[in-house]
Design a protein around this ligand. Structure first.
Ligand code: ADP
Ligand code: MG
Length: 225
């Protein structure tokens, strides 16, 4: 068992992914097979089975589309992009979902700040992090998106009032397939971390179970290019 543990720690990201994919896809497939067998046996209450089967297919679908995103080559389409504009686009995109849970999205960022990045990848990071915050705040509240900068870094902070992450789980968040959600894939933070890494940045996570969590994205300030 100890050897397994050491091996799993050493396992490459690709290896972890492959193991995870196999597991994550096999579960819904096993369940689908079971339901097809029940239907084949002429069991009644078909409607209910169809609903579950569609959910399972949807799960496989979500996982595969997230994986397609990862497997896309990291095109280096980096340009100077306006931070406020990108964040505003993302806030607009997520506004409906936020309203649904009585969540206020507030954005504090100067008009002038630009960063050198791949626009669609960086927007994907913002979507992943803000969506996570929304998903934790089912009782409503405020999600603050603050942007600050110094000579070296542009820092984008996403501050939520959710339940936070227990200390002993913090290190697991960026691992592929770690999820605490019923329909989660556990890929969002891993992908985000990879994109930020690809931009010579860093993703810092702080959490206080009584106050909420803060996800900070550090990206090289454009003036340092
Ligand atoms: P998913 O959203 O599919 O679960 P992620 O990689 O985006 O996958 O997130 C992994 C896990 O990290 C989540 O299931 C949740 O447990 C935790 N997490 C992420 N963001 C937050 C947050 N803002 N507050 C509390 N927990 C979070
Ligand atoms: Mg997520």
């Amino acid at each position: 068992a100890e050897e397994m543990l050491i091996r799993s720690e050493k396992m490459s990201i690709a290896g972890q992914l492959a193991a995870g994919i196999a597991h994550e896809i096999r579960n819904p497939l096993t369940s689908l097979k079971g339901f097809v067998q029940l239907l084949q046996a002429g069991i009644s209450s078909k409607e209910e089975y169809y609903k579950i089967m569609i959910d399972e297919i949807e799960k496989i679908n979500t996982i595969t589309s997230e994986l397609l995103f990862i497997s896309k080559p990291m095109t280096d389409e980096k340009n100077l992009e306006n931070v406020k504009e990108m964040l505003q686009d993302v806030v607009t995109l997520l506004q409906t979902q936020a309203n649904l849970y009585d969540i206020q999205l507030t954005l504090n960022v100067s008009d002038k700040l630009d960063i050198y990045c791949d626009r669609s990848q960086m927007k994907q990071v913002f979507i992943n992090l803000i969506k996570n915050a929304i998903e934790e705040m089912t009782n409503g509240g405020t999600i603050e998106i603050d942007v600050t900068h110094d000579d070296k870094w542009c820092v984008i902070s996403i501050i939520d009032e959710g339940p936070g992450v227990p200390k002993h789980l913090l290190h697991k968040l960026k691992e592929p397939f770690f999820t605490t959600k019923k329909n989660g894939t556990g890929l969002g933070l891993m992908i985000s971390n990879q994109i930020i890494d690809n931009h010579q940045g860093q993703l810092d996570i702080q959490s206080n179970p009584s106050k909420g969590s803060t996800f900070r994205i550090y990206l090289p300030n454009s003036s340092s290019y």
